[in-house]
Each structure stands twice: as structure tokens, then as C-alpha cells.
Design a protein. Structure first.
Length: 146
């Protein structure tokens, strides 16, 4: 159960609920994807710097992790945007695992992310959810609440 009010919500189109859950606070993923998105605008946070290394130095495409939206909608346009967030779980699984592996193996990134030691574990749990969704023939959607 998340201890933070900031939470990543993982949904699937499967006919049953995913039996895999996060074993810790998913807020770190929300922070990571938010700063990874803002990195291109010059964000100077360690999470933004780590995403820059992932993208530019290690060549990891973060697109599947950056396909997310606020879970709360206020109008029809936002609801339509939310509906466009469904994605292929295979791509999400591959991306989440590649990022988790890089976070643990790159000394530069490990140094930047000392304050987020559980982020690789949460990303691997997300990847496991994607494996399950793939087996169900389902799509996935990432949303968050803050």
C-alpha cells in the first residue's frame, strides 16, 4: 500500500484485476516520469539528469513510460486524452526493465538517484504487471494522482 498521496495507477483492459501490485511506494515512478518529461525543458533535478543519461548516453527510449496522464479529469477533452493513453504492455515492459537495469548498473545514475533507492524495484514490478497484461491480451494505462 502506498504511503504517499502521490500514486501511480496501473490499469489494464483485462477482464480481471492484475494480481501483481507494487511492494512499495509508487510515487518514485511518478516523480521519475514527471522529471523525465520535463528534462527536455531544462529541468535540473537529479531525476531529470538521470533521464538525460538514459536517453542520450545509453540510448534507452523512454516513450512507453512517458505515456501517462492525470487520473482526474475535469472535462470531456481531458477524458478523451485519458482514453488515448492505453498502450502496448510489451513496449512498457521492455522500457521499464531497461530503465531498472540501467539505474542499477550505471554509476553516474546510481549517484544521482541515491534518494530513490527503490525505483528499480518499482520499475521491475511495473514490468511484471506488463508481462501479466500481455498474457491476458490486454492493454495498459498509466495514470497518477498527486
Amino acid at each position: 500500500m502506498d504511503s504517499s498521496p502521490t500514486t501511480l495507477i496501473v490499469e489494464t483492459t483485462a477482464n480481471e484485476e492484475c494480481p501483481i501490485d507494487f511492494l512499495g511506494d509508487s510515487a518514485d515512478i511518478v516523480y521519475f516520469i514527471s522529471f523525465a518529461h520535463s528534462e527536455r525543458y531544462g529541468a535540473d533535478h537529479p531525476l531529470a539528469k538521470a533521464s538525460s543519461i538514459l536517453k542520450r548516453k545509453l540510448g534507452i527510449k523512454l516513450g512507453p513510460l512517458l505515456n501517462y496522464a492525470d487520473a482526474r479529469t475535469e472535462n470531456k477533452e481531458e477524458e478523451e486524452h485519458l482514453e488515448r493513453m492505453w498502450q502496448d504492455p510489451v513496449a512498457l515492459q521492455d522500457c521499464a526493465r531497461a530503465v531498472a537495469d540501467a539505474l542499477e548498473t550505471s554509476a553516474d545514475i546510481r549517484e544521482l538517484l541515491k534518494a530513490f533507492p527503490e525505483l528499480p524495484d518499482r520499475l521491475r514490478e511495473l514490468a511484471d504487471m506488463a508481462v501479466w497484461a500481455t498474457a491476458q491480451g490486454a492493454k495498459m494505462r498509466l495514470t497518477y494522482v498527486i
